[in-house]
Design a protein around this ligand. Structure first.
Ligand code: MG
Ligand code: MG
Length: 252
C-alpha cells in the first residue's frame, strides 16, 4: 500500500532528515585513512541519540546490528561496521543511515573518497551523484516511478557503468521500507503514478564493472560479483503539489 503523508508528517520526516544529513556530514568529516568503520558508527550513533526522540533506524531493523551501513570499495550496500575494518588511502566508503523521529523515518546515503582516489574513481562518484540528481528531478506528481528509474539508468549507462537491479529505492514513512519499490532502471510512464504527499527514497547503486552482485557469508554485505567498485547516493524526497519539484527531506 502506498501511503500519503500529511504536511505535518512531512515536516517530521524533514526534521529526521536534517539529523540524517548532519550525521552524514559528521561521518564525512571523519573519513580518513586509519579510522575504522566501527569508530564512524559510534560517532554517528552518539550524534543521532543526542537529539531528543531521535533513534537510529537501522539498529535492529531486520536484526541489523549497527547505526550505519559502511560498504568499502567493491561492497555495494549493507556492510557491517567493524573494529577490524580500517579505511585506507585510496578506498571509497559508502555510508547509509536512517533516523526515526516520532515514529517516522528518513534515509540517505553517500559514497566518500578516503584520502586520494584517482580520477576514474572521482568520475564514478560524480556520475552516481548526478544519477541521483536526475532521478530526484523526475520525482514529480503526474510522473511515474519508471520515469525516475529511466533517468537514473540513462545517466549511469551513458557513462559506461552498470545499474544494480536487485536492490531498489522504496517508499518510506512510518515503516522504513514501504511501497512502492523505486528501481534504478525502467521505462518512462511505467510503474505507479507519483502523487503529492508520497515520500520515497531514491538510491542509485552504480557499478564500475558489471551489474551482477552477490551476498557475502555474513548474510549482509552485498558486493559486485566482478570485484569492481560501486557507489551509492540516496535522498528521501516528498512529492510536491502541481507537478513541481520534490522537497528533498534529507538535507541540512
Ligand atoms: Mg539508505
Ligand atoms: Mg533506502
Amino acid at each position: 500500500m502506498i501511503t500519503i503523508k500529511s504536511a505535518r508528517e512531512i515536516e517530521t520526516m524533514a526534521a529526521a532528515g536534517r539529523i540524517v544529513a548532519e550525521t552524514l556530514a559528521l561521518v564525512e568529516r571523519n573519513v580518513r585513512p586509519d579510522i575504522t568503520t566501527a569508530e564512524l558508527d559510534r560517532l554517528a550513533e552518539d550524534f543521532i541519540r543526542s537529539h531528543p526522540g531521535a533513534l537510529p533506524s537501522f539498529k535492529g531493523l531486520y536484526d541489523f546490528p549497527a547505526t550505519l551501513c559502511t560498504s568499502i570499495n567493491q561492497e555495494i550496500v549493507h556492510g557491517i561496521p567493524s573494529a577490524k575494518r580500517v579505511l585506507h588511502d585510496g578506498d571509497i566508503v559508502s555510508v547509509d543511515v536512517g533516523v526515526s523521529l516520532e515514529g517516522l523515518h528518513a534515509d540517505s546515503a553517500a559514497t566518500f573518497p578516503v584520502g586520494d582516489v584517482g580520477p576514474q574513481v572521482e568520475r564514478l562518484l560524480a556520475v552516481t551523484r548526478e544519477a541521483l540528481a536526475v532521478g530526484v528531478a523526475q520525482a514529480r506528481a503526474g510522473n511515474h516511478v519508471g520515469d525516475i528509474g529511466h533517468a537514473v539508468q540513462t545517466v549511469a549507462e551513458q557513462a559506461g557503468y552498470a545499474v544494480v537491479r536487485e536492490l531498489v529505492g522504496h517508499g518510506i514513512g512510518a515503516s522504513f521500507h514501504e511501497e512502492p519499490q523505486v528501481p534504478n532502471y525502467g521505462k518512462p510512464k511505467r510503474g505507479p503514478r507519483l502523487v503529492p504527499g508520497m515520500t520515497i527514497a531514491i538510491e542509485p547503486m552504480i557499478n564500475q564493472g558489471g551489474a551482477a552482485i552477490r551476498t557475502l557469508d555474513d548474510k549482509w554485505t552485498v558486493v559486485t560479483n566482478d570485484g569492481s567498485l560501486s557507489a551509492h547516493f540516496e535522498h528521501t524526497v516528498a512529492i510536491g503539489q502541481n507537478g513541481g519539484p520534490p522537497r528533498i527531506l534529507t538535507t541540512a
